[in-house]
Design a protein around this ligand. Structure first.
Ligand code: PLP
Length: 404
């Protein structure tokens, strides 16, 4: 594996594991590797550590620890919430979601359609925002659940979840939010938010991959998606991922403590990066509303260039960024999010997402701002006419998903 200096601007895809998190995890890989369900202390002493971690993650979202179940990832949490809503409301077979959700929601909903359920994918406006009036009108008597992401991973656009949850409550329909992009960036308080279900994923907040969370409001009916032993109070089978749960707990503490501080510093870096690109490079526009938006995300369209070419040249100088979401990179279709916002295929395929994080420095931004303008100028100099470009859009992707 190569290990050159990396200028990492892809924090919405995954984040560096915090050194504090690595320290917290290591003893649970090397020494305390028992099974928490065992009768002897070497195993069941781990229960206390798991519950400590659960309390820390609960504190991050202001929930009761008993309202949390650990899952394997954000994807599983999203699938599980919608699955449970359909299973616990027999006769209701409609799901209301949006056209800009993460693939873990969109593709799951499409699979539901194949199994006879009905799904409405709400459109968004050109700035990526939702029409709440339309959302309200789209709730039907047979709607089992409304599932709307809190913050968009591609554009950073934030939906008014509190209002959406209030609409759902007034209509007596369950409400789920994919909040995977929010920890460390927004204050999360499930009490004031008022949703029934909320998904998180640890690897988006400086903990390892392979551990997620589903918050289930107390007294909300829940039917498990993964059925096995009685782990997670019978709500999610499978031996607990002890080390990663410990890491998630530590990361939750860090996210909470750095929220204020890093929100302002990272936002300033993001704004400087975005404004400088828009000023220095002609024919560029920001995709999505300026506000309300995650403080770390900037999605920019570069006219007459292919994002894949930009990313390849950035990669050569050690800069990591992405087009669309990492989960769909490698596919030939332009981003479903940008397409839903009405961007034409050419503009959507010339769009790059820069997502910053707590480890980015001002020097990182300086480096990017030095390298990017000549790359765009070089690509535009050799850029074929727009006709040829669309004809080329069937090219092979420059890198497969696994290489990223
Ligand atoms: C990354 C991401 C997910 C998926 O989380 P995994 O843990 O990778 O399955 C879901 N939703 C959003 C908005 C994300 O950014």
């Amino acid at each position: 594996m190569t290990q050159q200096k990396t200028f990492y601007f892809d924090n919405n895809a995954t984040t560096r594991i915090a050194p504090e998190v690595v320290d917290a995890i290591l003893p649970f890989l090397s020494n305390y590797w028992g099974n928490p369900s065992s009768v002897y202390r070497f195993g069941n002493q781990l229960i206390q550590h798991l519950e400590d971690a659960r309390s820390k993650v609960a504190a991050l979202i202001n929930a009761d620890p008993r309202e949390l179940i650990f899952t394997s990832c954000g994807t599983e949490s999203n699938n599980s919430a919608i699955h449970s809503a359909l299973m616990t409301t027999p006769g209701k077979c409609h799901v209301l979601t949006t056209a800009v959700e993460h693939s873990s929601n969109i593709n799951f909903c499409e699979s539901l359609e194949k199994r006879g359920y009905e799904v409405t994918f709400l459109p968004v406006e050109s700035d990526g925002e939702l029409d709440l009036h339309l959302l309200e009108k789209s709730i039907r008597p047979d709607t089992a659940i409304v599932s709307v992401m809190w913050a968009n991973n591609e554009t950073g656009v934030i939906f008014p979840m509190e209002e959406i949850a209030a609409i759902c409550r007034s209509k007596g329909v369950l409400c789920h939010t994919d909040a995977v992009q929010t920890p460390g960036k927004l204050k999360i308080d499930v009490e004031s938010l008022g949703v029934d279900f909320l998904s998180l994923s640890a690897h988006k907040l400086h903990a390892p991959k392979g551990i997620g969370l589903l918050y289930i409001r107390r007294r909300t009916k829940y039917l498990p998606y993964i059925i096995g032993g009685g782990q997670e109070r019978g709500q999610r089978g499978g031996t607990e991922n002890v080390a990663n749960i410990i890491g998630f707990g530590r990361a939750a503490e860090l996210a909470l403590s750095k929220l204020e501080d890093e929100n302002t510093r990272v936002r300033t870096l993001r704004d400087r990066l975005e404004n400088s690109i828009l000023d220095a490079i002609p024919h560029t526009v920001r995709n999505g509303a300026k506000e309300p938006r995650l403080p770390n995300t900037s999605n920019i369209a570069f006219d007459a260039v292919e994002a894949e070419a930009i990313l390849m040249l950035l990669d050569q100088v050690g800069i990591c960024a992405s087009s669309g979401s990492a989960c769909t990179t490698g596919s030939l279709d332009p981003s479903h999010v940008l397409t839903a916002m009405g961007l034409n295929a050419e503009r959507a395929s010339g769009s790059v997402r820069f997502s910053l994080g707590i480890y980015n420095t001002s020097e990182d931004v300086d480096y990017l701002l030095k390298k990017l303008p000549p790359i765009i100028a070089k690509l535009r100099a050799v850029s074929p006419s727009s006709e040829t470009q669309s004809a080329n859009s069937h090219r092979k992707p420059v890198a497969t998903r696994d290489q990223r």
